[in-house]
Design a protein around this ligand. Structure first.
Ligand SMILES: C[C@@](CO)(OP(=O)(O)O)[C@H](O)COP(=O)(O)OP(=O)(O)OC[C@H]1O[C@@H](n2ccc(N)nc2=O)[C@H](O)[C@@H]1O
Ligand SMILES: Nc1ncnc2c1ncn2[C@@H]1O[C@H](COP(=O)(O)OP(=O)(O)O)[C@@H](O)[C@H]1O
Length: 313
């Protein structure tokens, strides 16, 4: 297999159409039914041969670049290092695997849209090509699951149900395109903190935590391409926790609902809020309503489902 010198991968953000959170496991994770849906809001990751042998470096560009670590804790670097380890650290040319990564960030940081996981997935695909490894997407997904629960989905894309921590994926048949608006918030929410708050709220309520299961009405809505039914079925068990930590999101959701959204929910661990629209034009109207009400930093429109990480150059 021939290696290339520069590879660019485009990778989508996700929204969770259903996030059913089961009991807390002994390993600190929760068993989930996580219905992922990839949307047309993309980061780009370019992998290049670095100057220094054996080095793993990263640079981040974009409005939110200062919120992303540019060191070994960056999820894209962690993914590249995990791939190098999997491949035995030394390439066919006798030199240790190394890479310089450039992330062009458009997915909100700590926004509940899995931007860090997306960059990790993109880094796996880009380094696989740069180093000429030729691993299958399934092998990359398995390595990705060791970096974060949401990484495998960023490689798969489309619409899929995640079980376990969210890393065991089954594609869901979906018809047509859905039109979304995302209300971006100032600042992020920490995923572990939101899960912790969810546990706290449940313990306080003395709630018996049910084993999570996929919502049949949601699956039928996806199969039929029925946006109205999908809007009614959207559900996120982390939403009460995200609202407790960021009470202002309740008003953001209300403004979108009042403006006629078919469905409104916090995306994953938040604080991004997602609104389902009836058409692309309706999405633009919703976006304007959210912006003019001053309930978000910015509102962006996107469509789903879209494919997972793809090499574009
Ligand atoms: C909530 C979700 C919904 O898709 O994503 P975001 O909305 O944050 O993007 C995911 O479950 C986040 O997945 P990801 O961000 O990959 O999490 P990981 O790095 O695997 O785990 C970070 C921390 O989140 C908590 N965690 C994560 C997954 C899970 N099934 N149960 C958990 O309790 C644990 O505290 C864990 O230490
Ligand atoms: N490449 C990356 N992009 C974004 N965040 C990253 C990245 N690498 C590490 N992080 C860290 O991961 C945290 C969660 O990021 P992100 O994946 O954007 O959020 P979420 O889990 O809410 O979807 C950030 O606060 C940041 O410190």
């Amino acid at each position: 297999m021939t290696a290339t010198q520069r590879v660019t991968v485009r990778v989508p953000a996700k929204v969770n159409l259903q996030l059913a959170v089961g009991p807390l496991r002994d390993d600190g994770y929760h068993d989930l039914v996580n219905v992922f849906h990839a949307v047309s809001l993309f980061d780009e990751v370019t992998a290049t041969e670095p100057g220094a042998a054996g080095a793993f470096t990263v640079r981040v560009e974009g409005e939110a670049a200062s919120q992303v670590p540019a060191d070994a804790t960056n999820l894209a670097i962690r993914a590249a290092e995990a791939l190098a380890k999997h491949a035995g650290q030394i390439g066919a040319d006798g030199r240790p695997y190394a890479v310089d990564l450039l992330i062009r960030k458009a997915i909100p940081v700590a926004g509940g849209m899995a931007g860090g996981s997306a960059d990790a997935a993109a880094a796996l695909l880009a380094c696989d090509a740069l180093w000429g490894l030729g691993l299958s997407r399934e092998e990359l997904m398995e390595i990705g699951a060791g970096i974060g629960s949401d990484v495998p989905f960023a490689l798969l894309g489309g619409t899929a149900v995640g079980t376990g921590r969210g890393e065991r994926l089954t594609p869901v048949p979906a018809t047509g395109a859905f039109h979304w608006v995302f209300a971006l918030a100032d600042g992020g929410l920490s995923t572990p903190r939101v899960y912790g708050e969810c546990d706290r709220i449940r313990a306080e309520a003395g709630e018996e935590v049910a084993w999570p299961s996929a919502d049949e009405a949601l699956m039928a809505a996806l199969r039929d391409g029925d946006a109205r039914a999908l809007g009614a079925a959207l559900a996120n068990d982390l939403q009460p926790a995200a609202l407790a930590l960021r009470p202002s999101l309740a008003r953001t959701l209300d403004v979108g609902r009042d403006a006629g959204a078919l469905g409104a929910l916090v995306s994953g661990s938040g604080p991004t809020c997602a609104f389902l629209a009836a058409s692309a034009g309706h999405a633009r109207e919703l976006s304007e309503a959210l912006t003019s009400a001053g309930v978000c930093r910015a509102a962006v429109t996107a469509d789903g489902p879209v494919p997972g990480a793809e090499i574009v150059a």
